[in-house]
Design a protein around this ligand. Sequence first.
Ligand code: GLN
Length: 498
Amino acid sequence: MTTSPTLQGQPLHALTIHQALAALRRGEISAVALTQTLLDRIAAVDGRVQAYLTVTGERALAQAAEADRRRAQGDDAPLLGIPLAVKDVLATEGVQTTCGSKILQGFIPPYSATAVARLEAAGMVLLGKTNTDEFAMGSSTENSGYVTTRNPWDLERVPGGSSGGSAAAVAAGEALAALGTDTGGSVRQPAALCGVVGLKPSYGRISRYGLVAYGSSFDQVGTITQDVRDAALLLGVMAGHDPLDSTSLPAPVPDYTASLDRDITGLRIGLPQEYFIDGMQPEVEQAVRAAVAHLEGLGAQVVPIRLPNTDKALPVYYLVATAEASANLARYDGVRFGYSVGDDNLFENIRRTRGQGFGPEVKRRIMLGAYALSAGYYDAYYLKAQQVRTLVKRDFEQAFEQVDVIACPTTPTTAFRIGEKTDNPMEMYLSDVFTISLNLAGICGISLPCGYDAAGLPIGLQLVGPHLGEETILAAAYAYEQSTDWHSRRIARRAALG
Ligand code: GLN
């Protein structure tokens, strides 16, 4: 057995971003050695976890060598030499980007998403592209057109989705952190199921340029990290206005890392009764209630609140998101991107390319969305859904007049078994019941580990903030994380993967 290099007893692949940066700055490790350790780790465990669709080994080592050169010349860019993974729905110049779909097989984008470009400008080393449900539609990665990613805590279980590849990669020590995207929970839900930290910023906080569109009024880039400090660090690098995305906000970007140490004494935490529902796993409810009591012990004040339109969030989401998806996915015509059956007849080419290229869930969503948008049904479904969306948003606005943060579970259950929900799309949709309403309202949320069930599977606590309230949820999450010890179990677990 080969032993991997260590730093103060920790294997290099288990370092957080901020730990790795400190070691790089002190000259204790090089970016090349760090990157090589991660690539070795991927080679050793990814056959079992299947988190990656593409590993960019050579490119990563070249970027790492460049980072070492820059550092030797005195450069100290915020992510210089840090190996990260990127969900395969974000465009990466010169690196295949498939969105987990056969229809984009072979598609090599001519430019990078702004989020990726900003990370690279800050010195990131790109390890590769991670698996996702096709076009980010799903909650388990079982809808990927390529492979099903496995949960590193139990390889027979799903890692969640749609950013399941990113969450599994971080949980398995195959990347120091990763980018995901969150349209209805796809960063927070897999983070919860894999025992890592998932941050979904407010709509407009990070540019969507180069993020392949699914539900454009919901989509947001997010981070999957091992701890809260790393989430603050990555957010700070990516956030801010981008002239290439008109929905990105011109609001100034605060120093998120500096706000972590904010005192949470007197912080008002709302506990919504609608988020503790029949049918949820009792251990999840217990762990989340215990976490809230812990925050109370740290000086926060717990306030019972109501979010009365919560039960409407799921149907509203599945009307609006599918409507937007049906329009966004019209562009895959077998001519411009990726896969094509190559039929000489244009209409046959479109029909057969789409018939073969899209998987069943994507087809289901296109049909649902086209139906909701069709003349005669538009008012009854799409328009009505938009009106109810406003009610969900208003619930949060009213709640945030009384509280600073809302606490609730991220998911109703811990990681489910592979295959358990694939025959019943409604069952699958229900795993997003606590995450989706934030996307309807455009507000921010973070999921972080708050315990384990009897089978040893991680449980996620979700802290929700108002629009552009990232500093507050990061500070609350950090206070919780620093005064609890769920983290050490993750490291023990990772060792068990070998
Ligand atoms: N699971 C939800 C869906 O299938 C959310 C996905 C996401 O956030 N990308 O649409």
